[in-house]
Design a protein around this ligand. Structure first.
Ligand SMILES: [Zn+2]
Length: 229
């Protein structure tokens, strides 16, 4: 029984409509009644909205009150959007947007706004990504860089991995002489809970190729990132 989650109440709620005063009396796992209940529904049988409704209940809320009735539906939709990166790939995004060029100076796109969810608390972290690369025969359509950021940001993330995945994707796509990615972000899990540091900015970077080996390239990139806007 320990592995079976009792979602019977919430499943009934989903089909039986309102007005049943007993629906808020959630059973505990130790309740002997649940072990012998042949109609018990496991967590795996519940749909996403039922799970969110149950979550609201366990937070101490009444998922049937006016303001919350549509909340499980909205949460499902919103969470699907915030994690849609799982269904996207860099290859799709870049399809037809790689160009052969003779240019070998630094290309930089900075202040790319992004929103992500930290994988530890499912709370937002958000900020700006700055991307630069020095081409080696190929460039990426400029509008594609923000889209590459979103492919990885719209997943459960940690900022360090997000930074690396963006750099790696550009490296794989166009094999440049080097690529640099800097991300500055604020984490609501730090701001709203825990240490409650409201204005702290977390900065991560991934520097590859000439951005790693050539001090001048690296300095140029970092000073462009820090320049007044
Ligand atoms: Zn967190």
């Amino acid at each position: 029984m320990a592995t079976k989650f009792e979602l019977e109440d919430v499943v009934k709620n989903g089909t039986a409509g309102n007005g049943n005063g007993s629906r808020h009396s959630a059973r505990t796992h130790d309740d002997p009644a649940t072990t012998s209940d042949a109609a018990a529904v496991t967590l795996a049988d519940a749909n996403v909205q039922e799970i969110y409704a149950e979550l609201l209940k366990r937070l101490g809320e009444d998922p049937t009150r006016d303001g919350l009735q549509q909340t499980p539906k909205r949460m499902e939709k919103s969470m699907a959007f915030l994690t849609k990166g799982y269904e996207e790939s860099v290859a799709e995004v870049l399809h037809g947007a790689l160009f052969d060029v003779d240019y070998d100076e630094m290309v930089i796109v900075r202040d790319i706004e992004f929103y992500s969810l930290c994988e530890h608390h499912l709370l937002p972290f958000f900020g700006k990504a700055h991307i630069a690369y020095v081409p080696q025969g190929k460039v990426v359509g400029l509008s594609k860089l923000p889209r590459i950021v979103d492919v990885f940001a719209r997943r459960l993330q940690v900022q360090e991995r997000l930074t690396q995945q963006i750099a790696e994707a550009i490296e794989d796509a166009i094999a440049p002489q080097g690529v640099g990615v800097v991300i500055e972000a604020q984490h609501l899990c730090m701001m709203m809970r825990g240490v409650e540091k409201q204005s702290s900015l977390t900065v991560t970077s991934s520097l590859r190729g000439v951005f790693k080996t050539q001090l001048q390239t690296r300095s140029e990139f970092l000073s462009l990132v820090r320049a007044e806007r």
